[in-house]
Ligand binder design. Sequence first.
Ligand code: SF4
Length: 462
Amino acid sequence: MSVPNSSIFNLFTIGIGPSSSHTMGPMKAARQFVLLLENNKEYDRTVRIKVDLFGSLALTGKGHGTDKAVLLGLSGEQPHRAKPNETEPMLAEIRKSKRLKLTGKRMIRFNEKDDLVFNYKETLPAHSNGIRFTALDDNGSLIRRQTYYSIGGGVVLTEEEAEKDTPLQDAQSLPRPFSSAKELLEMGEKHGESIYEMVLVNEKCWHTEAEIREKLLHIWQVMQDCVKIGCHTEGILPGGLNVRRRAPIVFNDLVSNPERALRDPLSIIDWVNLYALAVNEENAAGGRVVTAPTNGAAGIIPAVLHYFKRFTANPTDDGIIRFLLTAGAIGLLYKQNASISGAEVGCQGEVGVACSMAAGGLVAALGGGNRHVESAAEIGMEHNLGLTCDPVGGLVQIPCIERNAMGAIKAINASRISMQGDGSHMVSLDQVIATMRETGKDMKSHYKETAQGGLAVNVIEC
Ligand code: SF4
């Protein structure tokens, strides 16, 4: 069953790095296109598929692994199933033979030089992450052409769906419909429910409570596995920047000097940094991560959840569930009213949103009420407004990896500031979401995942 777009499980998907919009989205779109050919009985006539990348997908696609993702998607791979150790040999074979098996069955020629085109100077109208597939028969005649948009967090829309501009159209039919934080707060008062309880009521339209719990704990388990792998994997990250993995170094330092924590209470910050670095280094290496809500910002929620589990007084599984349900509600607000795509609004839409989600989630996990959740989520975004996306070399490494560590610490701080007050505050979450959207619109395209501005042009690649 496909995940409804107003479900929180659309925000927390399991896949591979380094990017939800540039890796997972294009992989899904490529597979979707081949399935479209199959469903229309056009598959057997197809001898060539030409792929065009536009906008940010073209400009940072090489660094983000979009080319590899397209080859894998055409071959039938899916982000949640792809195993990095199996896909590399598959890619090597496609590139060597210049042939690929469409959805693993029908062999066609595929010469990347001619069949995968990076249109660096062209952006399609609906979104900066556009991708177009063209299927041709053996006379070179057109069989089918379809454009998709990868709108963030691994979500893919067809051109027709993108034009409708109603991303959460199923939301209003839910028992607890909401499209703003104000509505959420009012509904909470009316029903005497917490935000996480209202989200649970909605999710029960699609799953039993036991299934929801199991799915959320599975997400948490994947996050923990990712941190563990990141802490124990040494080496240099791929892509040519020669960025050394720091998580194993920090991990070894922390476990070999436990007494330091007795002298330095800020050691907790080192641990939180470690969790985020571990996830984002894994992501940069193409490992398995949970989008939360994107791959580039995948480290913040796991880091804050680890903080909750390891450093707070009563870290139960129920707290983890409250955290994820609440963070999911906050993420849905951004998805509906702004964007979670760095190519659309800059890094405020990725790291900023993850920070806001984690701040509100942590308050809920610690037993805070709806007003405190809303306040924490607002603070989490307010101090990320204007954050640009300018990845060096088009890779999800600098500034992305450290930025997740900073975002995690900021989220914890936002939750503490919020819980020290009575929940009242000047700026509402709705206002900050609207501000983020407007700021993103005003931001020059150079700062929106194009690697044409900021650090991307001021840091010399060696
Ligand atoms: S700078 Fe932010 S938005 Fe851009 S790729 Fe890195 S994490 Fe994603």
